[in-house]
Design a protein around this ligand. Structure first.
Ligand code: V47
Ligand code: SF4
Length: 375
C-alpha cells in the first residue's frame, strides 16, 4: 500500500473533499478492510453522529409474474408457472391492515412486470391502499417498473409518476439499479430499463418532489471499475437533484438463480462495499445495511463501516428468501433496537423520509401483533 496515496485520500476524507474514480479504484484494489472502515466511519459519524436509523415497515410483492428474466433473480415466475401468483384487492388491503395494526409507517411495494395486467392494476393498488390507510407511506415501484408502465401505456414516465403521486404514492424504492454499466447490464438483465433510463426516472421523480433510494447489486460478474462507474453516476445525479435519501448496497444471493455457480460474496466483501460506497457517495445522507440481505451479524458490524441505517421490521420479504437468504423473515422493534445498541449505536426510529418517530412511552410490541400500550 502506498502510504503517500493513502495519506492524500485520508486528508481528503477529513476535509470532506470528493474522491475521484482513480482514488476509488485504489480503495478497491489496494487498501485493507480496517483502514476502509476507519475512513468510512469518519464520514458516517460526521453525517449521522452515533445514530442508527430503523423503521417499522412491511414488504408487499403483489405479483411475482415477470416478463423479464434477470439472471440473478430467484423471485420471478413465468406466466403459466405454478409458482406464479397475483394478489387480489382484498388480499392487498388485508396486508395494508396488517401493516397498520403492527404500527408500520411504511409499505414497501415492488413486484414482477406481469405480461397481462394493465398499468391501471398497479395504479389501483396505490389508490385503494392510500384511500383506506392515508397515514401509511407507500414506497412503490422501481424504475424498471415505471419504465414498463411507460412501455405499456405509451405515456411519458413523468406523467405516470405525477398521476400515482396524486393517487397516494409517497416515494420510490431503490431497486432495479443492479449495475448501470452496459457491459454488465447487458449480460444480467438485458431487456429491462438500462442505466440511463433508471437515472432519468429517478431524476423525474425528484423533480416532482418525490424522494427515492438507490441500490447496487454486487458480487456477481461485475468488476471494481463497474461498481465505481455506478457510484459516480449516482453521485452526479444527486449533485443535480439532492433527491436521494439512502444508498443500499445489495449482496448477490445466488441460490435458485441462473448464476447459482457464483459463490455468495463474503462478509469481508460486504463490509468493503459498504465502506467504499460511504466514501464515494459523499452527497448521500444515509447508507443502509439491509439486514435481510447481509444477515444480522454483518448488518451490525456495518454500522462501523459506513452504514447508519439497518432497514426495518420488513416481514413477508420474498426476493432474498427465494434466493437462499437464511435471515429471519421479520424482526421485532425490540430486536432491532437491541442489535443497534449492541453495535454501540443509538437506535432512532424514522419514517420513510427520515423524520424521527416518537412512540408513546410504554408502547410494547409483540411479534406480529397489535401495539399494546402498558400505560
Ligand atoms: O432490484 C434481486 C435485487 C432488488 C437478487 O429502497 C437480488 O429501501 C441479490 O431494491 N440476490 C430489490 N439481490 C430489493 C431492493 C431494496 C431492498 C431493501 C430496501 C430498498 C429500499 C430496496 O433486489 C432488485 C435486485 O437488485 N435482487 N434478486 C438476488 N438473488
Ligand atoms: Fe423481473 Fe425484477 Fe426479477 Fe428482473 S429482478 S426478473 S425485473 S422480478
Amino acid at each position: 500500500m502506498s502510504v503517500n496515496r493513502l495519506g492524500i485520500i485520508r486528508e481528503k476524507v477529513l476535509a470532506g473533499a470528493r474522491l475521484s474514480f482513480d482514488e476509488g479504484m485504489y480503495l478497491e484494489t489496494s487498501v485493507d478492510l480496517h483502514t476502509l472502515g476507519e475512513l468510512a466511519n469518519i464520514v458516517r459519524e460526521r453525517k449521522n453522529g452515533n445514530k442508527t436509523y430503523y423503521n417499522v415497515n412491511e414488504h408487499l410483492n403483489p405479483t411475482n409474474v415477470c416478463v423479464y428474466r434477470c439472471t440473478f433473480c430467484a423471485f420471478r415466475a413465468d406466466l403459466k408457472s405454478e409458482k406464479g401468483y397475483v394478489m387480489s384487492d382484498e388480499q392487498i388491503l388485508h396486508r395494508g391492515q396488517e401493516a397498520v395494526d403492527r404500527g408500520c409507517t411504511e409499505l414497501h411495494i415492488v413486484g414482477g412486470l406481469h405480461h397481462q395486467l394493465p398499468y391501471e392494476w398497479y395504479l389501483n393498488i396505490i389508490r385503494i391502499l392510500h384511500e383506506k390507510f392515508p397515514d401509511l407511506h407507500l414506497k412503490a415501484w422501481t424504475a424498471v417498473e415505471w419504465d414498463w408502465f411507460a412501455r405499456m401505456t405509451g405515456r411519458p414516465t413523468k406523467e405516470l409518476l405525477a398521476e400515482m403521486k396524486e393517487a397516494g404514492l409517497g416515494s420510490l424504492p431503490g431497486g432495479g439499479a443492479e449495475i448501470f454499466h452496459p457491459e454488465i447490464r447487458s449480460k444480467i438483465c438485458e431487456h429491462k430499463a438500462d442505466g440511463t433510463e433508471w437515472l432519468r426516472i429517478h431524476e423525474e421523480a425528484h423533480q416532482l418532489g418525490l424522494r427515492s433510494n438507490a441500490t447496487m447489486l454486487y458480487g456477481h460478474i461485475e468488476k471494481p471499475e463497474h461498481r465505481l462507474d455506478h457510484l459516480i453516476r449516482l453521485r452526479e445525479l444527486q449533485d443535480r437533484t439532492g433527491g436521494f435519501q439512502t444508498f443500499i448496497p445489495l449482496a448477490f444471493h445466488p441460490e435458485n438463480t441462473r448464476l447459482s455457480h457464483i459463490p455468495k460474496p463474503s462478509g469481508l466483501m460486504d463490509l468493503k462495499m459498504m465502506a467504499i460506497s460511504r466514501l464515494m457517495l459523499d452527497n448521500f445522507p444515509h447508507l443502509k445495511a439491509y439486514w435481510v440481505m447481509l444477515g444480522v451479524p454483518i448488518a451490525q458490524i456495518a454500522q462501523s463501516y459506513g452504514a447508519d441505517d439497518i432497514d426495518g421490521t420488513v416481514v413477508h420479504e420474498k426476493i432474498y428468501h427465494e434466493a437462499g437468504s437464511d435471515s429471519p423473515q421479520e424482526m421485532t422493534i425490540e430486536e432491532l433496537r437491541r442489535l443497534i445498541v449492541e453495535a454501540g449505536r443509538e437506535p432512532v426510529e424514522r419514517d420513510t423520509l427520515y423524520h424521527e418517530v416518537i412512540r408513546p412511552q410504554g408502547t410494547q410490541w409483540t411479534k406480529g401483533r397489535k401495539i399494546v400500550s402498558l400505560l
